[in-house]
Design a protein around this ligand. Sequence first.
Ligand SMILES: [Zn+2]
Length: 165
Amino acid sequence: MVDDQNCLFCKIIKKEIPAEIVYEDNSTLAFLDINPRNPGHVLVIPKNHYGDIFEINDSELRELIVSVKRLAVASKDGMKADGVSISQSNGAAAGQVISHLHFHVIPRFESEGPQGLEAILPTKKMTNEMLSEVKSAIMGSLQNGPPSGESEAPARKKEEDPFGF
Ligand SMILES: [Zn+2]
């Protein structure tokens, strides 16, 4: 296992720190979030230490997302929830706090609203020209990147938000 000595989640994987582990297989682990947004809020992580989605290889990511689905089904059933929100943040700008790739699986209930997690970000008004620029930027990046995502990710340019949002 690839681990990081200072990583909280790696310590949970190594059982150095206790956690309410609900699922474990060869490459993934799932445990209850200690600050649950709802009962049944589970974190699903790869056992190898990857800081974020940009670092993990495709094959381990496939195994991880299959575990996320298993936990989504189990948590929804177990909590008799009406729906499930799945979220995953990369980088401080996105609100990532623990630098070990993780998916949040959060059971959701009709009585809550209902509101998607996306609702925390207000929608942005964009002109057709702006949408066209965004499309070009994303498609340009897709062409530059490795087709499978298995090889090294292209260096990310640190630029300011081009639209000033
Ligand atoms: Zn870690």
